[in-house]
Ligand binder design. Structure first.
Ligand SMILES: Cc1cc2nc3c(=O)[nH]c(=O)nc-3n(C[C@H](O)[C@H](O)[C@H](O)COP(=O)(O)O)c2cc1C
Length: 178
């Protein structure tokens, strides 16, 4: 593959082991630049981000989120804030908007030599409660997910998961000619 954008997308993998190296604040800022470049319904941008580098807070996430015990030196909690959506129809799309921002962070991290893993929080009520409590989120702010960020201590191959069976041409019952 000869396309740098596609290569970066294929190189993004979930990294669950990290070195102790601190993530430079400038790189965390670049990740947030990428996040907020994402598309959003009616451009309402209903997202907010909590950047966590406090080791005690990270330790709380690790111990209390059953699928989130990763040793990264930083995390970004991606939150939806419906009050930021001025349009009631656009408000329905906060999950999509925040997911687009999340994926932008994951892809941008690859380009900066960082690893990430997306830990799903919403819509599991217990996970939402835990993250709200640890990050002191107000009741109307919903954590969609937590992204661990750090320098990778494991390597995973780039790959696509392309599957022709998932592709339909023009109508659902028409297969792609192979
Ligand atoms: C909505 C969502 C929630 C996820 N939650 C977790 C999680 O709680 N813990 C975790 O280690 N990985 C989590 N992942 C990462 C997936 O397990 C991972 O993307 C998948 O296994 C494919 O591997 P890859 O990311 O290396 O391509 C989540 C991914 C998504 C999109």
């Amino acid at each position: 593959m000869q396309n740098p954008t596609l290569e970066t997308i294929l190189r993004r993998r979930s990294i669950r082991k990290y070195t102790d190296q601190t993530v430079e604040p400038e790189k965390l800022d670049l990740l947030l630049q990428a996040a907020m470049a994402a598309p959003s319904a009616m451009n309402c941008k209903p997202w907010e981000f909590v950047v966590v580098t406090d080791p005690d807070e990270l330790a709380l996430f690790r111990s209390r989120l059953i699928f989130g015990n990763r040793n990264a030196p930083a995390a970004i909690v991606v939150c939806g804030n419906p009050r930021l959506s001025t349009n009631p129809a656009a408000r329905l799309f906060w999950v999509e908007d925040c997911s687009a921002a999340t994926e932008n962070i994951l892809i941008a991290a690859v380009g900066l030599g960082l690893g990430t893993v997306w830990v799903g929080i919403h819509p599991v009520a217990e996970f939402v409660r835990i993250v709200r409590e640890i990050a002191c989120l107000p009741k109307h702010v919903i954590p969609l997910g937590l992204i661990y960020v750090g320098y990778p201590a494991e390597e995973k191959p780039a790959r696509t998961q392309y599957d022709e069976k998932r592709v339909h041409m023009d109508t659902y019952n028409r297969k792609k000619a192979s």
